[in-house]
Write a protein that binds this ligand. Structure first.
Ligand code: ADP
Length: 636
């Protein structure tokens, strides 16, 4: 029979896997069992609508057969099976992008950390870590003939038709010869396999059965001197279920500790980090369900498949109906992972119908309340951990506030954190609680970094009054505040663009008079700077700085910066209306005034210097530093 070649990338992966000194070879069993379980899921699902399947829930099973003489371990399932074409397509190429990404990773830092293999869905191929030959016998449901797929590893595989009595798949792994480092033969020991099933596959929904030998006491039929029956011992073989099957979320809280749940999460999601929050629900009432949810400890970086979303798996009575039910909670909680199991859900429900399912909506709402509650608790009880959570997932919460015109803003506002001038992160509630009596509003400044925000002259003015400031460094932040509108009756005030309300009426009047007095000079400034600004004004808001930059209208400098990397030319052209503010109390203003009266050319140059200084402080790049340097040089 002609031997077929694996696709190039598969071959490379196989080489790596077979030849690497990989310490965790035992995971092959988990991978093969999980494929078997998936195959049963599929046939079981089919049996709900197709009477022809002829199997009921209780009939499905996975068998593990150990044969010391043949040196084989067989994993047998009565699941959906594979046709010849499917065997070829599924086992002859690495279909999974995850496996493919793994290959790239391995090439980069080969010997560094081989345990990384365990984090990928290497799946079927892992059989070759322990076997020198793998034979797959499979018959697909609905077909009369079976298929035999066989391979000795990297050099290729054969596919041929074969007889197979029943539907399902046998994966027969012929174990490698033992070496000094690795006793492959240990996988023929019942105790070892039993332990591996417990460790990795305990919650597989289907019974995993093995023949297990026990010592049994029996009556020999003889009696001793006193007439009592005599006993002896013999070995009996019993077919036992070795996994506990009942999924962890179906068990009561007294039986399963939080640590058990965390171990389950890490194993299932192949995450090395503990989740930062855990929600366990056992709801009974109008809708009954059990849920086990996790907020991951960090954005899932091992999902090389590009699918970074968390996702909640939906079960109905232990039968999986949807792997990633993205309609259960809103996008702002899309990072939450876990399972929801409800007997009230209809099994053969389509994705579209699911979205409109009333029960599911009720469950979703409850889950959201509980998730939020857990996060609030974390914020109260373990602030560093909450801050870490917010660094990882805060952007989802912020986007959620802005979503659908602020529809969810009140649900989410207490989960928000912002950097503050007190050098910490605060919630809006905390900010308001800390406000001194005299403070009327919530002040904020936007900049690309906290340092830039700190150095804005307008901030100095607010800080010098003992008021706390929020430093917004994410382009979304400002939109978030705009959506929220207020917090506990206090409005948000942008220190760059809004009236800070610090001036008394008299001061305001004096300022107006001063503006009128200096109108000619200010017009001159505007004229000298042309397109660079929309206007120049005097400002009492600049503390010790000679000048500052503010903006007029809806577009701020941060938005301009944000749009500069926008997808369309039109977007990239969006500019903020810049206003040059000059501090009338500063010596620079006097110098400018004198020059305006005596030497207009020099005054024009001073205007340019002031604008550039203001831009620098606002974090705007100087377009031509050499020109600026020459200009300053000329003024000495
Ligand atoms: P994954 O399971 O992650 O998709 P695998 O390499 O483990 O990747 O398996 C590839 C495919 O082969 C599976 O997706 C499935 O279609 C098929 N397959 C593997 N084992 C079985 C089995 N026991 N029964 C039916 N199909 C199987």
């Amino acid at each position: 029979m002609a031997k077929k070649q694996f696709k190039a990338e598969s071959k490379r992966l196989l080489d790596l896997m077979i030849n690497s000194i990989y310490t965790n070879k035992e995971i092959f069993l988990r991978e093969i069992i999980s494929n078997a379980s998936d195959a049963i899921d599929k046939l079981c699902y089919l049996s709900l609508t197709d009477d022809q399947v002829g199997l009921s829930r209780e009939d499905f099973r996975i068998d593990i057969l150990l044969n010391k003489d043949e040196r084989t371990i067989t994993v047998r399932d009565n699941g959906i099976g594979m046709s010849a074409a499917e065997a070829e397509a599924n086992l002859g190429v690495i279909a999974k992008s995850g496996s493919y990404a793994f290959k790239g990773e391995m090439e980069e830092d080969k010997a560094e950390d081989l345990s990384i293999i365990g984090q990928f869905g290497v799946g079927f191929y892992s059989a070759f870590m322990v076997s020198d030959e793998v034979t797959v016998l499979s018959r697909k449901y609905g077909e009369s003939e079976g298929v035999k797929w066989q391979s000795r590893g990297a050099d290729g595989y054969t596919v041929s038709p074969c007889e197979k009595e029943s539907v399902g798949t046998d994966v027969i792994m012929h174990l490698k010869e033992d070496t000094e480092d690795e006793i492959y033969g240990s996988y023929l020991e019942v105790w070892k396999i039993k332990a591996l099933v417990k460790k990795y596959s305990d919650y597989v929904r289907w019974p995993i059965k093995m023949d297990i030998q026990h010592q049994e006491r029996f009556e020999t039929g003889e009696t001793d001197d006193e007439g009592n029956p005599k006993y002896d011992y013999r070995m009996v073989t019993e077919n036992e279920t070795v996994n506990s099957m009942v999924p962890i979320w179906q068990r009561s809280k007294s039986e399963v500790t939080d640590d058990d749940c965390i171990a389950f999460y890490k194993e299932k999601n192949r995450d090395r980090k503990d989740p930062c929050a855990l929600v366990r629900i056992n709801a009974e009432g109008a809708v009954s369900y059990k849920a086990l949810l996790f907020v991951p400890g960090e954005e899932n970086e091992n999902a090389f498949s590009g699918d970074n979303k968390g996702g909640i798996t939906l079960y109905s009575n232990g039968v999986m109906i949807m792997e990633k039910c993205d309609k259960l909670v809103h996008d702002y909680f899309e990072f939450v992972k876990g399972v929801v199991d409800s007997p009230d859900l209809s099994l053969n429900i389509s994705r579209e119908l699911l979205q409109h399912d009333r029960q599911l909506r009720i469950i979703g709402q409850n889950l959201e309340k509980r998730i939020k509650g857990e996060l609030e608790k974390l914020m109260r009880d373990d602030r560093p951990k909450y801050e870490e959570f917010f660094r990882n997932f805060g952007v989802h919460i912020k986007a959620g506030v802005c979503d659908e015109y602020g529809r969810y803003k009140d649900f989410l506002r207490d989960l928000l954190l912002f950097y503050s001038s007190e050098d910490k992160q605060v919630s809006l509630k905390e900010y308001v609680e800390n406000m001194p009596e005299s403070q009327k509003a919530i002040y904020y400044a936007s900049a690309d970094t906290v340092r830039h925000a700190y150095s804005l002259p307008q901030c100095e003015n607010v800080r010098s009054r003992g008021y706390e400031l929020l430093y917004l460094t994410n382009p979304l932040d400002q939109m978030v505040l705009e959506c929220l509108r207020e917090q506990d009756g206090k409005s948000f005030v942008n220190v760059i663009t809004d009236d800070l309300g610090f001036e008394t009426d008299e001061e305001k009047k004096a300022a107006e008079e001063r503006d009128v007095e200096n109108k000619e000079l200010l017009d001159f400034v505007k004229e000298s700077l042309g397109e660079g600004i929309v206007k120049a004004k005097l400002s009492g808001n600049l503390a010790s700085q000679p000048c500052g930059l503010s903006t007029e209208g809806g577009i701020t400098l941060e938005m301009e910066r944000y749009f500069r990397h926008g997808p369309s030319e039109e977007m990239r052209k969006i500019k903020a209306n810049r206003v040059l503010e000059i501090n009338p109390e500063h010596r620079a203003f006097q110098v400018l005034k004198e020059a305006f009266e005596t030497d207009k050319e020099r005054a024009g140059k001073l205007c340019k210097v002031l604008l550039t200084l203001a831009e620098l402080m606002a974090g705007v790049d100087v377009e031509d530093p050499a020109e600026f340097s020459l200009l300053v040089g000329e003024l000495f």
